[in-house]
Design a protein around this ligand. Sequence first.
Ligand code: ATP
Length: 310
Amino acid sequence: MTFSTSLPQASAEPSGPPVVEVRNLVKRYPAHTAVNGVSFDIQRGETFALLGPNGAGKSTTIEILEGYRDRTSGEVRVLGIDPQKGDLAWKAQLGIVLQSSAEAAHVTVREQVEQFAAYYPSPRDVDEVIAAVGLTDKAKTRIGKLSGGQRRRVDVALGVIGRPQLLFLDEPTTGFDPEARRHFWELIRSLKAEGTTILLTTHYLDEAAQLADRVAVIAAGRLVEIGTVGSIGGADARIPVVRWRDGTGLHEERTTEPAAFVTALTERTGGEPQGLEVIRPSLEDIYLGLVATANAESTEQAEPTGAAHV
Ligand SMILES: Nc1ncnc2c1ncn2[C@@H]1O[C@H](COP(=O)(O)OP(=O)(O)OP(=O)(O)O)[C@@H](O)[C@H]1O
């Protein structure tokens, strides 16, 4: 599931100005601050994942970048333009997969994709896109008769049909079965190879680990961490755990030298330790640690030391 392409391959090094520039972004609602001073850049050709718990402010941030939502304060540039002033030519360079979509239930998949293709100056081939999202068999089916996961694939097709320079994907694979998710990952890799810049939100941490060059973690409207998938959380968060069992129960040891530890353990126990595992923290483990720390800090700020608990 890839696109055939004659476009140049994306360079690994950032070139030119960032595609997305966000400085001190704030979005306040009357009773709630949804985004509270967030800053980041996304370079051309980069796949950037915005991670965070429900209500963290991810969709609000993305919708501001897409020009669908006004900001309270801060500086934002997307493809060099303030999204509040973006015209149709600017919008035509964006591909957008919103969290929820409202496709026409009575038209077929092909009709819907064709209709969207007509909005763009240089669309992709309709059948190629339908094939890329795995819907060739359903091309003549009315959208109202598709399953939830199949409709989501239509959303993805509509997001990429315009050959976007910058693709926004807000929880794109919700409802996908595991095979469809893996096909989607291939599609994203082929878009990335063409040089498409991608901003992704997902609650599937394996998806972020597979696709993203860099991730940013947002909690309660604040940027908690930003960096490459291999570096966020710092070296300490990546220390492996050796786990084994003996007659007294389950044991674990965090160690930067798991091989040496297992050798010593084997000598000590006089044979193969039972249930031996060496576990390296996943992106999900690191993410959960970052969010827990951010939650604890915001609780501390809300409840200074000495506050009475009733
Ligand atoms: N129109 C609105 N009016 C008031 N509050 C809003 C509005 N839209 C969003 N919010 C609030 O802003 C906060 C951030 O919402 P947002 O949708 O950006 O979160 P999210 O990180 O995308 O969450 P999820 O993972 O559930 O999609 C939430 O507390 C939400 O209730």
